[in-house]
Every structure is written in C-alpha cells, then in structure tokens.
Design a protein around this ligand. Structure first.
Ligand code: HEC
Length: 162
C-alpha cells in the first residue's frame, strides 16, 4: 500500500514537470501578453490627458461596456485585427490608417485623427458619421457609458506612463 502511494506521487511529479515544460514553450509561441496592470497613479495621468467629461470616466464600467466592442476589436499593442482593427494607440491615430486592415473607402478617406469627442460621436452611431462604414454596430445610447468606454480606451490602448 505504502509503495503504491509513493509510485503514484512520483508519477504525478513527473507529469507535473512535463506539463510545466510544455506550457512554457506554449507561452513562447503565444501572442503578445496583455499589458501590465495600470496603477491608480497611471490611470489618473492617462485620464488627465482627456477633456471633460471623459477625464472623469469610470474605467471599470468602461471596461465592462467595452465587451460590446471586444467581439470585433483588440486593444493591446500588436493585438490582432478581428472584424475591426486593433485599437492600440487609437487616441491620436489617424482614421483608417492601420496597416494590414481592409478599411472601407469611407473611413480611409475620412482624414481626421481620433480624439475623445470623435470616438464619442462614432460609437453613438457609426453610420450617422460615415454612411458606408463597415463597422456594423448599432450604437451605444447612454452618454455616460460612452464616456466610460473612452476613459477605458485611454488606459487600455496607451503606453503606461512611467
Ligand atoms: C461588429 C463588429 C464591430 C463592433 C461591435 C465594433 N466595431 Fe469598431 N470597427 C469595426 C470595423 C469593421 C471598423 C472599420 C470600419 C470601416 O472601415 O469603415 C471599425 C472601426 C472602428 C474605429 C476606427 C478605427 C480606425 O483605425 O480608424 C474605432 C475608433 C472603433 N471602431 C471603435 C469601436 C468601439 C469603441 C466599439 C464599441 C463601442 C466598436 N468599435 C464596436 C467593427 C466593429
């Protein structure tokens, strides 16, 4: 009885060792890791760069509401394009400018640079901004939710301040 318990323990250790090795090599091949958690001070600095009402947005609610966007958009640096383009660095990025994403002609020709009020109008109703956009999103009706999503984007799509 004692011997078989030891044998099982040894086998478990060996298996655990193998598991660890294989998960390490999986990690090496995996896509870029999510950004480090922003500290409260870093969140404050990033929000302070926004105009009102976005500067006082609720990042936690914004993150929750961003699930409506996450079906089509990633936020991390080097994240993949899905149905929509990766949004890393979106505040201050020229509309329709990410290499390797097949934008609509309308967004490619838009000519503006995204700032908080532009994104606000866009996610209220993208088709009201550009009738022939490829972004099929019904729109986010609550202004506070939109401000919160933009506050979240400021934290999730910018490099963290030192
Ligand atoms: C059903 C998929 C889908 C959803 C949901 C969606 N988007 Fe998009 N988004 C797109 C597509 C597709 C484009 C490119 C539009 C074009 O080329 O006309 C786009 C473009 C954008 C752009 C402009 C990007 C650039 O590089 O110029 C922003 C900003 C954006 N989306 C933000 C959001 C936010 C914020 C939400 C959630 C509130 C959201 N989107 C929801 C598909 C989606």
């Amino acid at each position: 009885m004692k011997i078989s318990v030891l044998a099982i323990t040894a086998a478990t250790l060996v298996l655990a060792g193998c598991g660890q090795n294989s998960s390490q090599s999986d990690q090496a091949a995996a896509p870029p890791a999510p950004p480090a958690q922003a500290t409260p001070d870093q969140v404050k600095t990033l929000l302070a760069a926004l105009p009102a009402p976005y500067s006082t947005g609720d990042v936690v609610n914004g993150k929750a509401k961003f699930t409506q966007c996450a079906a089509c958009h990633t936020t991390v640096q080097g994240g993949p394009n899905l149905t929509g383009p990766n949004l890393y660095g979106i505040l201050g990025r020229k509309a329709g400018s990410l290499d390797g994403f097949a934008y609509s002609d309308a967004l490619k020709a838009a000519g503006w640079t995204w700032d908080a009020p532009r994104i606000d109008a866009w996610i209220t109703n993208p088709h009201a901004v550009l009738a022939s956009t490829k972004m099929s999103f019904v729109g986010m009706k609550d202004p506070k939710d939109r401000a919160d999503v933009i506050a979240y984007l400021a934290v999730a799509t910018n490099p963290l301040p030192k």
